[in-house]
Design a protein around this ligand. Structure first.
Ligand code: SF4
Length: 360
């Protein structure tokens, strides 16, 4: 019967519509490829932490559009408290919580076991907790016990004294000090100081201590409406940091914009053109590493004071569960981390002071 159908129906039809065959064959091969891809994604399960993370977690779905990376470089913001009051601050004092140090060490060891090579301690102001002893002990633990290749701190520099360098300096690879202006009035306007204490004095003092105690010195600057026209070439050249990170002021919902935020930084935001003009003015500064909002937003693995990864992909900081409760691999699925952008912005660099071969 089917032979009859083929002979009497399909053959004449094919003969009549022979010119439609390429379209028909194209549709069939597209359908075949689609079915094959669906089948392969169905049978390939994540077998290690480098695969796609898409298993369900109660209450929140992980992002499926990104390959889950190793936590190579992690920023642990263990405190939100700070003695400064920068108007654009995007990690504000919403809690005063700090983990007990043994819990913090447990989490850091878990991160090392999951592939972490660099840890950066940040805040808030890291030296505000136990006058720097807390961060000092974590630095020593990471370098001596865990042998991490890179241990760094970002600080405003105002609370660091020489005793700290004597106790812990040898274990620290890089100390980054935030400074947005070399005009004291601008720093005051921004809130980048405590009382009448001159932030630039702290910057110079810490720079000298870094030299004495062989810690690589770095500067971070946030470019905003108050400093966008400044020329910092001579100041940066004299301070001679190993890196000068230049960020474009970024808005993060719930931190420095929006109803429940502690800061309102809308008036600090600058355009792409203004940011580019600042970079052009400083193009001869060799250590300058620019970071626009696009590069910055999802290219950092941020761990908050509860050791939860913070996902910034939706413009606010959406926390995962704590790595102490669910492990690193599971929490990482909710980090929103964009590894490609991390690599593109030069997130992996010579980050161990032993490799930098610095002329102290
Ligand atoms: S020094 Fe850093 S943590 Fe402190 S208020 Fe300024 S931006 Fe925020």
């Amino acid at each position: 019967m089917f032979d009859d159908l083929w002979a009497y129906m399909y053959l004449p039809l094919m003969y009549k519509y022979w010119y439609c065959m390429p379209i028909f064959l194209g549709l069939v091969s597209a359908l075949y490829m689609y079915i094959q891809r669906r089948w392969q994604s169905h049978i390939s399960q994540p077998t290690d932490r480098a695969r796609v993370g898409n298993s369900a977690s109660p209450g929140k779905a992980p992002r499926k559009d990104r390959v889950q990376a190793l936590p190579l470089s992690v920023n642990y913001h263990f405190t939100r408290q700070c003695n400064y009051s920068c108007g654009f601050c995007f990690h504000t004092a919403k809690t005063s919580f700090v983990l007990p140090i043994e819990d913090a060490k447990t989490g850091i060891r878990m991160l090392k076991d999951a592939g972490m090579q660099k840890i950066n301690f940040s805040g808030g102001e890291p030296f505000i907790v136990q006058r720097g002893k807390f961060v000092g002990e974590l630095v020593r633990f990471c370098k001596v016990d865990l042998q991490l290749p890179s241990v760094t701190i970002v600080s405003n520099g105002s609370l660091i004294d020489e005793k700290w360098f004597k106790n812990y300096g040898e274990h620290l690879d890089i100390l980054a000090i935030s400074c947005d202006s070399f005009n004291p009035e601008v720093n005051e306007r921004i809130g980048r100081q405590q009382g009448q204490k001159n932030h630039l004095d702290s910057l110079q003092r810490v720079r000298d201590l870094c030299s004495t105690y062989k810690v690589a010195f770095k500067i971070n600057s946030v470019i905003n409406t108050h400093n966008k026209d400044e020329d910092m070439v001579d100041y940066i050249t004299n301070l001679n940091p190993v890196r000068w990170k230049v960020f474009q002021c970024l808005l993060i919902g719930g931190e420095n914009c929006g109803e429940d935020a502690l800061r309102h930084a809308e008036s600090y935001v600058i355009s792409e053109e203004d940011f580019q003009a600042f970079l052009d003015r400083h193009k001869d500064v060799k250590c300058l590493v620019p970071e626009s909002n696009d590069k910055m937003q999802n290219s950092y693995l941020i761990l908050d004071e509860y050791m939860r990864f913070l996902d910034c992909t939706k413009g606010s900081k959406d926390p995962s569960k704590s790595i102490l409760d669910v492990g690193v691999t599971e929490a990482l699925k909710f980090s929103g981390f964009d590894e490609q952008m991390f690599l593109k912005r030069g997130g992996k660099y010579k980050w161990s002071k032993a490799d930098m071969k610095l002329d102290w």
